[in-house]
Design a protein around this ligand. Structure first.
Ligand SMILES: [Fe+2]
Ligand SMILES: [Fe+2]
Length: 137
């Protein structure tokens, strides 16, 4: 059985993922101009990664006996692309830390598959932050 703390942490991560893919979807739809075409494509392709993370978390919460609770952050995203990228780099870095904490908690509770998956998701988010940093120049 998973602890309340772990289920709560997975739900927190689920909400961050749903908030992220909604924001990336909107940002990908709103970016204009040839100079930011690479950023637009990056956001469109990362929506799929974040949806995959959210799906894994929702399934796992249910498998561990919890209930997924959706309360995403629906704050309208910025319109300036540099501001988007800077904000999202910071958010991705927060997600890396969050997933490493969840990996530690999963390990303590003997959930080896969850531990490894949380590390994979941390690595995905670190890769997203790096890709965004590259686009900022
Ligand atoms: Fe993610
Ligand atoms: Fe990400």
């Amino acid at each position: 059985m998973a602890s309340e703390e772990l289920i709560k942490g997975l739900n927190f991560a689920l909400n961050r993922e749903v908030s992220t893919f909604l924001r990336y979807m909107l940002q990908g739809a709103s970016i204009k101009g040839a100079e930011w075409e690479a950023a637009r494509q990056m956001y469109l392709s990362e929506v799929t990664d974040e949806v995959g993370h959210a799906q894994y978390l929702a399934n796992k919460i249910l498998m561990l006996g919890g209930t997924p609770e959706l309360k995403p952050d629906l704050t309208p995203p910025p319109t300036d692309v540099r501001t988007m990228l800077k904000n999202d780099i910071a958010e991705e870095q927060i997600d890396v830390k969050g997933y490493m904490e969840l990996a530690g908690l999963a390990e303590k509770e003997g959930l080896v598959d969850l531990k490894m998956k949380m590390e994979d998701q941390a690595a995905d988010e670190a890769g997203h932050a790096e890709g965004m940093q590259r686009l900022l120049g």
